[in-house]
Design a protein around this ligand. Structure first.
Ligand code: G3P
Ligand code: CA
Length: 292
């Protein structure tokens, strides 16, 4: 695909301001000028995609209070053990102690369908076309639980009109096999392979390795530090026709060497020349891009 202009991807919604993966966080991201909004997705026991970063519930909900006896032997409450009706009984909570004050207001865990309907409704009311950027979390693990994610994802995207390569959606995963499976199921939607600084991605960190990604994806989503450490990845990706969307930019976690959040964004967007950024603070990235 041809590189789009640089985009702001609201990471877990406007999660710097409101609890991640809640409808208010997604709505705020839309209002702040995000181009795409990211839901992380997991499956419930009865096969519904819900917006949640972890395959567990305890870090961002009150599941321990509502279902005290439903943890597995490892002491964790898995979303895959709960029905959507049960998930709806939970309150969503801020993950981080330095962000939205815990215990204030009331939030819920949305389904992916509800997230899409919110974004599409806001698109209709504002005349903007904000896209969605879903990440399927731990698809191999879900498959082992008897809950394959890929067909469920495509069915929902199809239902809401995300069908063709030009649709305002990117599908992302850390697992190459899952992206290949989506292609095998016939999906022509844009796909991005996420990469972290761990051994399993070493095989991709060469011109040939990066080029091999183009067989099943349209772009890469590396941890931003991978680009600082190995900026030649960007040229290799360009040569392979891949776009580059690094993660994650956070105004409250700026590496010392950049001096400010804006300086860090400018470094990646204008010096390294990436195609977009995953950010918890979509307003700040929007302002940096609009000021150019
Ligand atoms: O999807 C990009 C980035 O969100 C990957 O990290 O852990 O925040 O999902 P994570
Ligand atoms: Ca993600």
């Amino acid at each position: 695909m041809s590189p789009p202009s640089r985009i702001v991807i609201a990471h877990r919604g406007a999660s710097g301001y409101l609890p991640e993966h809640t409808l208010p966080a997604y709505a705020l991201a839309h209002g702040m000028g995000a181009d795409y909004i990211e839901p992380d997705l997991v499956l419930t026991r009865d096969g519904h995609l819900i917006c949640l970063h972890d395959i567990y519930l305890q870090a961002t909900t009150n599941v321990e209070q509502v279902f005290p006896s439903r943890a597995r032997e490892d002491g964790r409450w898995y979303a895959a053990d709960f029905s959507l009706a049960e998930i709806r009984r939970l309150e969503a909570r801020e993950r981080l102690s330095n962000r939205f004050p815990r215990g204030r207001s009331r939030f819920a865990v949305p389904s992916f369908a509800e997230m899409i309907e919110l974004v599409q409704g806001l698109n209709e009311r504002t005349g903007r076309t904000v896209g969605i950027y879903p990440e399927i979390k731990a698809p191999a693990w879900h498959r082992a639980q008897g809950l394959p994610m890929e067909a469920a994802l495509l069915e929902l995207l199809e239902r809401y009109g995300y069908r063709k390569p030009g649709a305002p959606v990117f599908v992302q995963s850390f697992e190459p096999e899952s992206l290949k499976r989506l292609r095998a199921l016939g999906s022509k939607l844009p796909q991005v392979l996420l990469m972290a600084e761990v051994e399993q991605y070493q095989r991709f960190l060469s011109p040939e390795g990066i080029a091999s990604i183009a067989a099943f994806a349209d772009g890469i989503g590396p941890a931003k530090t991978m680009l600082e450490r190995q900026p030649e990845l960007i040229g290799w990706a360009r040569d392979a026709g891949l776009i580059i969307h690094p993660y994650t930019f956070r105004a409250d976690q700026v590496p010392d060497r950049h001096g400010s959040h804006e300086a860090e964004l400018e470094r990646y967007l204008f010096e390294l020349g990436v195609d977009g950024v995953f950010t918890d603070y979509p307003d700040r990235a929007r302002a940096v891009l609009d000021d150019r």
